[in-house]
Write a protein that binds this ligand. Structure first.
Ligand code: AMP
Length: 342
């Protein structure tokens, strides 16, 4: 049966739908009316559903329209930041990948459990503000894109940061904050794809983020930095391409493989499709993972024509969006569509 590939119009939708078109699928975009003036420019988008807000995807008439068109939805960061895990799970349209693992991405405790099961090295959790004795990063539960994070080296700094968030009505109690060792090194985002059809893990690319205003602080000479109290923020503005030292690839594949095995054990059916391990390479080249994304990440937008790594695996420039469409195509060919959908 003919399938259409659809996604929300934001985050990485251009890459996903261009890739679907390149693999021969019809494409569908669900987007907010105010964003349509961007998306109407692109010829690879066949169907458009305009909504007032992304949350309207929860309405049954939108879901009925998607199902009538035989749409497979590709989840991405906008879906996760817009809807709760319960709401995502309630959507009655086939999702590419495991929609139940998205809850493990959103919930810090579940996230930690999956990272431990994956044998990843993770930053030390500081249980109480009284135990802060080195540089720590304080995070909000469920915060997106580093908003509201602050750094501190002691209890006093924690209390100052907390009071500021309290005054700004961002938090209401200390328990909504989570204290973690600040890992020194360079942040790196590793993009993987797992194919249950071939049984292979593919390392597809790597990026670093360009975040405001932390990445601008080095442009201010230190004598001026000292005069202005700067609490850096980590709002992602874009992504910067990267290649790794080749000797790091062994560890990269091992982490990817362990993550796939742990996902299959804790959250069946596991992690068919894209995922990302997000962490810091320390000075002794250890990768300390502070986050994962259990779906396509926006850093893959760098590689619409393929990456330094996907070029080793595929003939045609293979973006992550296109790889998703190829997996659906292979699953249809092998009559194994249920292995890649939930
Ligand atoms: P996140 O929202 O978790 O992706 O993190 C936002 C920013 O905080 C990223 O730039 C990370 O590099 C940084 N970050 C998060 N956790 C840590 C950590 N434990 N140590 C050092 N940097 C971190």
């Amino acid at each position: 049966m003919r399938k259409i590939i659809g996604t929300l119009g934001s985050h990485c939708s251009l890459q996903v739908l261009k890739g679907a078109k390149d693999e021969g699928f019809e494409t569908l975009l669900i987007t907010e009316k105010k964003r349509y003036h961007v998306y109407k420019r692109f010829g690879f988008i066949d169907h458009v559903i305009l909504v007032d807000k992304f949350r309207d995807i929860l309405e049954s008439d939108i879901q009925n329209r998607l199902n009538k068109l035989n749409c497979i939805l590709i989840p991405h960061g906008t879906l996760i930041s817009t809807l709760s895990s319960e709401e995502i799970e309630s959507i009655n349209v086939p999702f590419f990948g495991n929609k139940f693992i998205l809850r493990w991405e959103a919930d810090r405790n579940l996230k930690q459990k999956l990272m431990v099961e994956s044998k990843l090295q993770i930053p030390r959790t500081v249980k109480s503000k009284r135990e802060i004795n080195d540089l720590c990063i304080v995070k909000l539960h469920g915060a997106a894109g580093g908003k509201g994070y602050f750094l501190t080296s002691d209890q006093k700094g924690f209390e100052e940061g907390y009071n500021k968030l309290l005054n700004d009505n961002i938090v209401t109690d200390e328990n909504s904050l989570y204290i973690q060792e600040f890992v020194r090194g360079v942040p790196v985002y590793l993009h993987f794809f797992y194919s249950p059809i071939s049984g292979e893990i593919e390392f597809m690319g790597v990026d670093r983020r360009y975040e405001s205003d932390i990445d601008g602080i080095s442009r201010i000479p230190s004598k001026h930095q000292l005069n202005v109290p700067i609490e850096p923020t980590y709002n992602v503005v874009g992504n910067i391409p990267l290649v790794l030292r080749e000797s790091l690839l062994e560890g990269v594949y091992e982490m990817g493989e362990n993550f796939v095995l742990a996902s299959e054990k804790l959250v069946p059916p596991g992690i068919p499709g894209p995922f990302c391990l997000e962490g810091v390479y320390t000075k002794d080249a250890r990768f300390i993972t502070f986050e994962f994304s259990a779906r396509i990440v926006a850093g893959t937008n760098l590689y619409v024509s393929g990456s330094q790594y996907s070029d080793f695996l595929f003939q045609n420039g293979m973006s992550m969006g296109r790889r998703i469409a190829l997996e659906i195509k292979n699953a249809l060919k092998n009559r194994k569509l249920e292995a890649v959908l939930t």
